[in-house]
Design a binder for this molecule. Structure first.
Ligand code: PMP
Ligand code: GLN
Length: 388
């Protein structure tokens, strides 16, 4: 019998699916997979309904509705001072997931190398490998605020390096990259004549007065970066799968070629609603970050009270707990996360799932973007489990 693609066959079912189904089976409080449990901004949802009833629901242009592409360009100017030509430099995709695939398939050729920081989002490496390219990893040290050294970065680059994938803010580490770190990365990228695929889906979820700095705004980066955003995260509507890529025309061309064979278009009613959303008042965006920060604080305090060690969380939907002291003999983070679901009724994501090599085995990720009563219910169960 012939078998399927050997690269894809080497991966199991994604950890998000595995843990969410396990949570359902055991009626656990699901603090694993990253999705909010509120209904999103009412005006954005109403616009999707209106367009569905009254709009043109046939294939839109493969690049996306002009209204959304203009809104993406206006958003880049408003938040980052970035001048973007919406007609040549913005493309709408079916979620950031498709945007990532289109960027990687569009730019990589067999034998190319891609530099990635670990921990990393689980879709990057399978796509890179399917494109025939080779991943090179840079370790981020959890004991030192998920930092890296210039030497470790340089060591991952070589004559075959085509691109870097940067996730800022970083899932699952909840790290917001500093401008100093981004400058080091930019220097090395220019030195090696590489591109950067910037996964910035959590751009509006940064805390404690921090500012999100898109790499594309740094010197020398405008022509080298593809910046990816997601309405799922910015409007708490993860099931919508509306994403967007911004980049220089020469970079967008190969990416559009990949997109036309991946999904070609994205539902126009949802695009229209996201266009309205990106134009919302500043208070919406600051309110989103503020409420997520409060949830981070609530969950962090509760986890500490339950006896867990919580790592700093500067942004994203997530925070990481060090469960080293709670591991039983021979148990790793995956076994621990399963035990916690089955015995305590709380679901997390084992952080080793975000590694291809040298995974730590003592960390789990909690999702903070849930209603307060859901966070409290989870905390009560953990308090009973670890306290009892
Ligand atoms: N990148 C990162 C870092 C993510 O956490 C996610 C998960 N939502 C995505 C990309 C995918 O985003 P989307 O749902 O828009 O495809
Ligand atoms: N990005 C979400 C997370 O990290 C989940 C996305 C997915 O389920 N693929 O939890």
């Amino acid at each position: 019998m012939k078998t399927g693609n050997s690269i894809l066959s080497s991966y199991g079912t994604t950890i998000f699916e595995v843990m969410s189904r396990l949570a359902e089976e055991h009626r656990a409080v699901n603090l694993g997979q990253g999705f909010p449990d509120d209904s999103g901004p009412a005006d954005v949802v109403a616009e999707a309904q209106r367009y569905l009833a009254e709009g043109w629901n046939q294939y839109p242009s493969m690049m996306g509705l002009p209204a959304l592409r203009q809104a993406v360009a206006a958003h880049a100017k408003r938040f980052y001072g970035l001048d973007v030509d919406w007609a040549r430099e913005v493309m709408v995709t079916s979620g950031a997931t498709e945007a990532l695939a289109a960027c990687l398939f569009g730019l990589l050729e067999p034998g190319d190398e891609a530099v990635l920081f670990q921990p990393l989002y689980d879709s990057y490496v399978p796509i890179i490998r399917c494109a025939g390219a080779v991943p090179r990893f840079v370790a981020l040290d959890p004991a030192k605020g998920w930092s890296f050294t210039r030497e470790s970065l340089e060591a991952a680059f070589g004559p075959k390096t085509k691109l870097v994938v940067l996730n800022n803010p970083l899932n699952p580490a909840a790290k917001v990259w500093t401008e100093a770190e981004l400058r080091v990365l930019a220097e090395v990228v220019v030195k090696h004549d590489a591109y950067v695929v910037c996964d910035e889906v959590y751009e509006h979820l940064v805390f404690d007065g921090r500012r999100h700095v898109p790499l594309i705004t740094l010197p020398g980066m405008r022509e080298r970066c593809l910046r990816i955003g997601s309405a799922g995260k910015t409007f708490s509507l993860t099931g919508w799968k509306v994403g967007y890529v911004t980049g220089a025309p020469g970079l967008m061309q190969p990416v559009a070629k990949a997109h036309q064979f991946l999904t070609f278009t994205t539902p126009p009613n949802l695009q229209s609603a996201v266009a309205l959303g990106l134009g919302k008042e500043d208070a919406y965006f600051t309110g989103l970050a503020g409420s997520m920060q409060a949830k981070r604080d609530r969950l962090s305090a509760g986890l500490r009270a339950a006896g867990l060690t919580v790592l700093p969380a500067e942004g994203t939907y997530f925070l990481i707990a060090d469960i080293g002291a709670h591991l039983r003999d021979g148990e790793d983070d995956q076994a621990f996360a399963k035990r916690l679901t089955v015995e305590a009724g709380v679901t997390t994501i084992p952080v080793s799932a975000f590694y291809e090599t040298d995974a730590p085995r003592h960390l789990v990720r909690f999702c903070v973007c849930k209603r307060d009563e859901v966070l409290d219910a989870g905390l009560e169960r953990l308090g009973a489990y670890f306290g009892g």
